[in-house]
Write a protein that binds this ligand. Structure first.
Ligand SMILES: [Mg+2]
Length: 181
């Protein structure tokens, strides 16, 4: 069996949302980045935790997952965000750009239909802060049909924590292919 995909969101996972007071976790450092197509004199400020790079590399370097960005940053995840964390160039899911005013236009995460088609029958662990109950039901149904699927959902104001990645590696190591290896 192929290694499961590790789908990685950025906003609310690697870039935490400000809390009510407008501040981000103290561990995060400020960067100004210019996404593709944006004017260089109009950068976007992002806050990143330098510890996230090594934490993610610990998982990626096991070879037990195939990491892929799954974020509205699209290719900018590969070219801008990843390098700031010391990550190698990772592929990205080429998400559509729907005209939506909520991230759950049909009661579930807007990315999901695209991801579902993109994954086909591949197992996956998906880290995103924005799943609804319908997404968790989708993952449970996929798993029940024999396609191992795990959703990991950090708190968007805190972002990715070591225990989330422990959950990933524990889950992966229990899959039949990992045990056989
Ligand atoms: Mg998000």
């Amino acid at each position: 069996m192929r290694p499961p995909y590790l789908l990685l969101d950025i906003d609310g996972v690697l870039i935490p949302f400000p809390d009510a007071g407008g501040s981000t976790p103290a561990a995060h450092a400020r960067h100004d980045v210019v996404p593709a197509g944006r004017n260089t004199d109009d950068p976007v400020t992002v806050w990143l935790d330098p510890a996230h790079g090594p934490m993610l590399m610990d998982v990626i370097s096991t070879g037990l997952v195939t990491p892929v960005w799954c974020t509205s940053w699209r290719q900018n995840a590969t070219t801008l965000i990843g390098p700031l964390l010391g990550l190698p160039p990772l592929p990205h899911v080429d998400l559509p750009r729907p005209q939506i005013t909520t991230s759950h236009p049909n009661g579930y995460l807007w990315k999901r239909d695209h991801v579902d088609a993109w994954l086909a029958d591949a197992p996956a662990v998906w880290i995103d802060d924005d799943f609804t109950g319908l997404d968790h039901a989708w993952a449970a149904e996929r798993t029940a049909k024999g396609t191992a699927t795990l959703l990991v959902q950090p708190d968007p104001r805190i972002g990715l924590q070591p225990e989330h990645l422990t959950e990933v590696t524990t889950w992966v190591s229990q899959l039949p292919a990992a045990r056989a290896a």
